[in-house]
Design a protein around this ligand. Structure first.
Ligand code: P6P
Length: 338
């Protein structure tokens, strides 16, 4: 198969949509540059103290702290240069990240989780960067506001993730299907390796942290018992796989099928909607999975149709093969969970 870079793929396959405009390609290229810098540090994490200072000095002349803080600062610094954003939001920052005076402005909004699962890095477990791109809602000649960030997931123009592991992969969609690219370090390019990904209609793997079973409601217990029972449509119990790194658990689900679940639980009253964030985790992955013919829900409603009310709001997430996510909705409906 001829080697196709991300930029060539965008120009070849997105020419019918605004997504192939130079401005969007510039955004993506800056994002990819930031990720290559992050991948370089992540891949040598075993060699530096990831819990404290690495001893390096970053571009802002600051002592580099933990890898997720490092990743966050690299992304913010690079994406400010892209000249196509009016605002950003990061899982690491409480409020809106503005594009300061002096930096070129644009009409896109970027929301990201800079290094999801970073607590796993000491164990050399895959971690990832998740991103979501919208067009601004407010007038171009005005300062960006929360209105530009608190958009429903259906408004995303692009979304995806990078996964750092034995290789660094990029999986994303611009609404024209889902495509996977693998970084070839020898040329420093992400090359098309997984064209037009489609999730299996039904899988045979379920993924959830069963340690919290005590705190689940009855509907969630019945859902998990269904997947563990031989009396399901597969006629055999699903395998249990849980890495505890969202990007890794999702990537496996996307490629092999099945379902990833992070329901709400009664463990932490301050997190009544579970742990995962709507804007920087659930929505981007929901856009990807729907473009791969899968489904994503909070158990009842379509994730992409959840109206955000705050930047870091959390949502329950059931995401994966349509038949498996459909079963969750069926059981939740039976329990009258609305
Ligand atoms: P738990 C990692 O800390 C993370 O944010 C996601 O990557 C992962 O899916 C989830 O938390 C794991 O949470 O409660 O099972 O440890």
């Amino acid at each position: 198969m001829p080697q196709v870079t991300v930029t060539e793929h965008l120009l070849l396959h997105q020419k019918r949509t605004p997504m192939a405009t130079g401005r969007f390609t510039s955004l993506l290229n800056q994002l990819i540059l930031a990720v290559k810098i992050i991948a370089r540090e992540v891949n040598k994490a075993g060699l530096v103290d990831v819990l404290g200072f690495t001893g390096d000095i970053n571009v802002q002349g600051e002592e580099v702290k933990k890898l997720d803080e490092y990743s966050n600062s690299v992304l913010i610094h690079r994406m400010r240069q892209a000249g196509v954003l009016c605002a950003m939001s990061s899982e690491e920052n409480a409020g809106i990240i503005e594009i300061p005076e002096g930096y070129p402005q644009g009409d896109y909004v970027l929301i990201f989780d800079p290094l999801d699962g970073s607590s796993n890095i000491e164990a050399n477990i895959n971690i990832g960067t998740i991103f979501s791109i919208y067009r601004r809602k407010t007038p171009s000649n005005s300062a960006a506001t929360l209105e530009d960030l608190l958009q429903m997931g259906i408004e995303q123009v692009a979304a995806g993730y990078f996964i750092y592991g034995s290789s660094t992969m990029m999986v994303f969609t611009t609404g024209q299907g889902v495509h996977g690219f693998t970084l070839d370090p020898s040329v420093g390019e992400f090359l098309l390796s997984h064209p037009d990904i489609k999730i299996p209609e039904r899988g045979s793997i379920y993924s959830i942290n069963e340690g919290y079973r005590t705190y689940w409601d009855d509907a969630t217990k019945e859902v998990v018992d269904y997947f563990k029972s031989p009396d399901n449509e597969n006629g055999a119990p699903y395998s249990s796989r849980y890495i505890g790194s969202l990007v890794a658990d999702f990537h496996r689900t996307l490629l092999y099928g099945g379902i990833f679940m992070y329901p709400y639980d009664r463990r932490d009253p301050s997190k009544p909607k579970g742990k995962l964030r709507l804007l920087s985790e659930a929505n981007p992955l929901a856009f990807v999975v729907e473009q791969a013919w899968g489904l994503a829900t909070d158990g009842v409603n379509r994730t992409l149709e959840t109206q955000p009310t705050e930047l870091h709001q959390r949502v329950p997430l059931f995401i994966g093969s349509p038949a498996d996510v459909g079963k969750v909705r069926e059981i939740y409906k039976k329990h009258g969970v609305i």
